[in-house]
Structures are given as C-alpha cells and as structure tokens.
Write a protein that binds this ligand. Sequence first.
Ligand code: 2AM
Length: 186
Amino acid sequence: MTASRRIFFALWPDPSVAQALDALAAEAHTVCGGRRMRRDTLHLTLAFLGDVDAAQFGVANAVADEVAQKVGAGGTALHIDRLACWKHNHIVWAGCDSVPDAVVGLADELAATLRRHGFQLDRRPFAAHVTLLRNARCGGELPPAPALDWPVREFVLAQSRPGPAGARYEIVGRWPLAGPPLQPMG
Ligand code: 2AM
C-alpha cells in the first residue's frame, strides 16, 4: 500500500489571533454547543487536496513555490467580522464580510495551478471561513460579530492526522507572500 497523507493549503493565525478566535468559539459554544476546535488547529483553508501520495506531495510543494513567486506582493490582512452557523453541516464559523482580493486571488491561483498539475479539487467556490465548532445547533442568537484583524504574511501546507480527539494538524510547509519560499518541511 502506498503511504498517503491528507493535506490542504491554509492561512494559519498567529498565537494572538488564534487566542481571539478561540475565545469567540468559547462564547459561541455557550449558545450552540457542539465540539470546539482545538486552538492550535484553527485555520482558514485555501485549497483542500485530500489524500496524496509522495509524488503528489512533491508536486503540491512545487505548486506552492510557483504560486508564491507569482502572487508574492507583500502581505494583507483579514478583517474577521462575521460569526455564523451553517445549518447544512452544523458548523459555526468566523469569516469576513469582505474577503481581501489578495486572499481570493491566492486561493484562486492555488486552485488553478493545482488543477493544471492534475489535482481534482472540490468544484464549490472558495468560501473563506474558520471552523470554530462542529456538530453545533444553529438557531440560537450568536454572540455579537467580532472585530479582529488577522495579518496575513504567508500561506502554509498542512497535514491532517486523525486522532481519537479529532484531527490534529501539522504544518509541513510555509511560503511567505513576498520573496523566495522558505524551505518546505516534512
Ligand atoms: P471545514 O472546516 O469546513 O470542514 C481540513 O479538513 C480542512 O479542509 C478544514 O478546513 C475543512 O473544512 C477543509 N475541507 C475538508 N474537506 C474539504 C473539501 N472536500 N473541500 C474543501 N475543503 C475541505
């Protein structure tokens, strides 16, 4: 059997933003219940690749190098000002009323480049969100919308490892949004 890993590209908050998102999750949990995501797993997915083998993992890293060179025009910031619950999948999430063009452009460029290299991605349009709670009850009055600035200076490749207490994520590559890529790990 070929070893495979489940991977995705994402924006990862720095510890202070993760802490603020985690506090928001705690507040929402009092209304909606469900399962809180661990603070160190909070992220915003840019492109989900699913299970890949070693060769595809190498291609994914090469794609990231290519995209980072192409879009490398400095960082941006996400203004997290939405808290909502999706009824269809019982997820409480945080997001932005207006997603910066730089982030939409990065997600689109990753998707297009991955597809060009043979990856089959979800056809649904990019929906920028940070999952805070799973198995939540929608319908109650959510806490007030947050006002949280999330500086975005890089994107990452993350690997999901299933565990008894839910998936754990490990960052296996980082690409700054300006300049040459850092050395991928893993
Ligand atoms: P979710 O939080 O909305 O479930 C790791 O699983 C990350 O990839 C999560 O952010 C998850 O989104 C996202 N993800 C899982 N399956 C996906 C899919 N088929 N298409 C897009 N994103 C997916």
